[in-house]
Design a binder for this molecule. Structure first.
Ligand code: NAD
Ligand code: UFG
Length: 356
């Protein structure tokens, strides 16, 4: 039983990972400022895993602390309190950050502050408290417009927006840190492809604020009747049907990838691992729409409009290194993704605010 700190653990990927880690037997502390999440998510995680935590109370297994990763005093206290309670934090999964590409173009200072300064504060607190095991949420956005697809981890890092630049900067910082203290840091940079779907219970899922930027939550909201139709950004890409192709990964597969990464880091000598987490399969926008219609039984009307600035035609992972190093590969199909995404969206048409 390991004591883990999850920054941003109340968010979309964090909440699903919490569930998987609790089921594995780990004890969790979640530090989240709720700038993009609801405490209800973790109440539901607690219920799903047989615990009875509420947003205010804490249990031995799942403790929620509201705080900002840029607040060094708060971070220091989290480590010290855990140590004083006889359960020092052994590893950190660092989800907390901002992730909207368009917003990052408009507000680069905020993105660099939360994503880079926040990570620097966290790493300083970890170092000061002798905790040097970290899983970092990186992104396929680092690859920009990839030349070779499927994309191996050795592909050039060429981000094309401030969000991607901030993730690349954190990866560089992690390399510098690992090099500064040989044989001390155990780090996994996990480059996620397109995380989508929800827990099959339909109790937890993605709950974007305002109009979704991403395809999958937009399609779900059209199917449930919150929006009238989807705009498909470009029908003239050099792909099988002219629409953009992405590697969609079920969020539960992604959560299980984090469990595998933590197990690997804790079992092996100090190292810095960089791994793609994707399925290796590409699906076009139209294929996603059709799969969602099959799963939901609802129509998803769409119109093809101009390409969105900054999009690549095809982004698909080469996930073979994750299989080799972690023994992990995706288990769930696009149909599973749509079935579980629909279970969440149809039961929570307005997300967590339905039950608040
Ligand atoms: P999310 O917004 O649902 O979760 C992020 C969480 O971090 C939220 O709960 C938010 O309240 C919290 N947070 C933000 N700023 C904070 C701060 N300063 N202090 C404390 N908490 C803070 O996003 P997600 O989809 O779960 O993504 C998690 C991580 O994975 C992010 O770092 C993101 O960049 C990365 N990532 C996401 C995707 C994706 O498509 N969802 C793809 C690649 C990488
Ligand atoms: N798309 C539409 N209409 C929409 C939204 C998207 O046609 O309303 C298309 C896009 O043009 C693209 C595909 O659907 O072809 C997927 O777009 P998303 O916005 O869902 O995802 P992206 O691949 O652009 O980017 C996402 C995250 C990034 C992350 C990246 C890789 O937004 O932060 O996946 O993980 F880095």
């Amino acid at each position: 039983m390991t004591q883990l700190l999850l920054t941003g653990g109340a968010g979309f990927i964090g909440s699903h990972t919490c569930l998987v880690l609790l089921q594995e037997g780990h004890n969790l502390i979640v530090l989240d400022d709720h700038s993009n999440s609801s405490p209800v998510a973790l109440e539901r995680v607690a219920t799903l895993s047989g615990l009875s935590a509420s947003a205010e109370s804490s249990t031995e297994r799942l403790q929620l602390i509201q705080g900002d990763i840029r607040d060094s005093t708060c971070l220091g206290k989290v480590f010290i309190d855990a140590r004083n309670a006889g359960k020092p934090i052994e590893a950190v999964i660092h989800f907390a950050g901002l992730k909207a590409v368009g917003e990052s173009v408009r507000e680069p200072l905020r993105y660099w502050d939360v994503n880079l300064t926040g990570s620097r504060c966290l790493l300083a607190a970890m170092n000061a408290n002798d905790c040097r095991t970290l899983v970092f949420s990186s992104s396929a956005t680092l690859y920009g417009y990839p030349k070779d697809v499927p994309i191996p981890e050795t592909a050039p890092i060429k981000p094309i927006n401030p969000y991607g630049h901030s993730k690349a900067a954190v990866e560089q910082l992690l390399h510098d840190l690992a090099a500064s203290a040989p044989n001390q840091w155990r780090i996994a940079c996990l480059r996620y492809f397109n995380p989508v779907g929800a827990h099959p219970s339909g109790k937890i899922g993605e709950d974007p604020l305002g109009t979704p930027n991403n395809l999958f939550p937009f399609v779900s909201q059209v199917a449930v009747g919150r929006r009238t139709s989807l705009q498909v950004f470009g029908g003239d890409w050099p792909t099988k049907d002219g629409t953009g192709v992405r590697d969609y990964i079920h969020v539960m597969d992604l959560a299980e990838g984090h469990r595998a990464a933590i197990d690997c880091l804790l079992a092996e000598p100090a190292q810095l691992l960089t791994l793609n987490l994707g399925s290796g399969q590409g699906a076009s926008v139209v294929e996603v729409v059709r799969a969602f219609e099959r799963a939901s039984g609802c129509q998803v009307p769409y119109e093809v409009v101009a390409r969105r600035a900054g999009d690549a035609a095809i982004t698909v992972a080469d996930p073979s290194l994750a299989l080799q190093r972690l023994g992990w590969r995706t288990q769930r199909s696009l149909d599973d993704i749509c079935r579980d995404g629909w279970a969440w969206q149809s039961a929570n048409p307005s997300g967590y605010s339905d039950q608040q």
